[in-house]
Design a protein around this ligand. Structure first.
Ligand code: IPD
Ligand code: CA
Ligand code: CA
Length: 272
């Protein structure tokens, strides 16, 4: 193995180590009463757990990889800036972090939230790690290296038709008052697909597609940290991820459609 591949290997093992450490911290902090703060509105929340999980992850990366760039929600959390950055990502290696994806679930003690870490090289995602500390499920994907759940290879579902599909979606933060676009989209999908779920952690929801539990997922208005890790896990599990126009998904995109690939065109057609 050449030196660069060896270094990437170590980074990926480190990413797994970091998310497990952050997971242990989250489980510990969960035992204490939590102060909940609104960021922009009543459905955009943050706790000390988000902040401390992010601090731990950033400190580990800055210590072990001081020359790498980092984009993380609680430190860099402005949508326009983060999308702008993703239009022309810095060269070299970078880490994109969501320290708790699914904060509302976390606050309501629903065991569907995760730590999401994506590794980027010269603008291209090369590795994704998504870890749910409550269920101890760790999803891992590496470019050209496959996708895994707790070390076991995973694949997308085999449903061939939209009417066999179980789909997921979510509410874009900026639409929190009416959610009118999603409501319209669900109305169009209902009847065409088997059923729709809104589970509340975009990174984990993408992993549900990667592991064949959901057949597809769409979501408008996500941030790079919601998607950077799940993106590669889906691709490596044989799935497809695009924007709503059907073009290859980029971290600067505002719309996302992911699927097992078989139902992709039909899903895009209904969402149009
Ligand atoms: C949220 C979750 C949720 C999605 C929201 C995101 P957060 O992330 O991923 O599933 O529907 O749009 O903002 O705020 O819990 O990190
Ligand atoms: Ca998130
Ligand atoms: Ca978050």
């Amino acid at each position: 193995m050449n030196e660069q591949l060896e270094m990437e290997d170590t980074m990926m093992q480190d990413a797994v180590r970091y998310v497990k450490e952050a997971g242990a911290l989250i489980l510990e902090l969960m035992k204490q009463p939590l102060q909940i703060h609104e960021k922009k509105n009543q459905s955009d929340l943050v706790t000390i757990v988000d902040v401390q999980s992010e601090e731990l992850l950033r400190n580990r990366i800055m210590n072990d990889y001081p020359s790498h760039w980092i984009l993380s929600e609680e430190t860099d959390g402005c949508r326009e800036d983060s999308h702008h950055l993703m239009l022309q990502p810095p060269s070299g290696y970078g880490w994109i972090i969501d320290p708790v994806d699914g904060t509302t679930n976390f606050i309501h003690k629903m065991a569907h939230f995760a730590i999401s870490v994506g590794i980027i090289k010269d603008g291209v995602p090369i590795c994704g790690v998504v870890y749910n500390p409550v269920t101890d499920e760790l999803y891992f994907g590496r470019k050209h290296g496959g996708a895994f759940l707790n070390g076991i290879s995973i694949q997308v579902g085999q449903e061939q038709e939209l009417d066999q599909a179980l789909l997921g979606t979510g509410f874009p933060a900026k639409e929190w008052k009416t959610n009118s676009i999603v409501v319209e989209q669900i109305a169009k999908i209902t009847g065409a697909a088997r059923d729709v779920r809104i589970i509340g952690s975009a990174s984990l929801d993408l992993c549900l597609v990667a592991s064949g539990r959901l057949t597809g997922f769409w979501h408008d208005g996500l941030y790079p940290w919601d998607v950077a890790a799940g993106l590669i896990i889906i691709q490596e599990a044989g799935g497809k991820i695009s924007n709503r126009a059907g073009n290859e998904f980029k971290l600067s995109d505002d719309t996302l459609v992911a699927s097992n690939s078989y139902i992709h065109q039909s899903l895009l057609a209904v969402l149009k």
